[in-house]
Write a protein of this length. Sequence first.
Length: 252
Amino acid sequence: MFNNHAEELFPLAAVPNTIIEGMRLNARPCKAVDGSHDDRNSRAIALKAAYTQLLKENRDTASNHLPQVDSAFLNAQISTRELVRDLISGGLYRDWIFTNNSPYRFVELCFERVLGRPASRQESMRWASKLSVEGLNAFAEALTSTDEYLEAFGEDRVPARRCDGIPSSSMGLASLSFKTFMARYPQVNGGLGMGGGGRGFAGSRQPTSAPAYSGSMPPALATRVWYGLAIIGGFELGRVVLSVALDMLSTN
């Protein structure tokens, strides 16, 4: 099973101040939201933090959420770790991240958002292979059950960044391509100047197009030049054909 191989994929687990891919990794995050409290308000804060950490593409948490998972967590029926697991394998994460990225990129995003650090190249390859064989549910269970995850976040802390230099996590950037992002969030068009009233990105060059011909016809001068070239070409082609024919007759 997937879980039987999870531990061997993390030889650096629970080692403080480890260097991974040129980045210094702390054993635990500097700041993390604790979801162990029983009161509903505290758990609601942890729930929002989990959505923010895992689903950075979600611009409307009031509409885009998983009601059953939310209810189970708010009622203390599942832990924060189980919440993270269920969000990874849930419909939002599947539709917005899993289906819009290659397996390797998906693993990278999961490491950044779930373990709070970048994945090494070897980890990306091995976890992507496991993901393809075992599926997303087993992947989510295994990733949140590793010694590294439990050491860093335990059962109750919301995952958070553990090292610097993770663009998609530390800066809150979406994993979707720009085209997919704009299609999913058309209301942003105006602010970005993509077909709306905004000024667009600073320093960006807007595409230009040639002016359309009046009546969908080219100018008269261009038309005359085109006809002239066609006539000259026709005469030249006729001359070549006639020369070849005369040569053939003379040889006979």
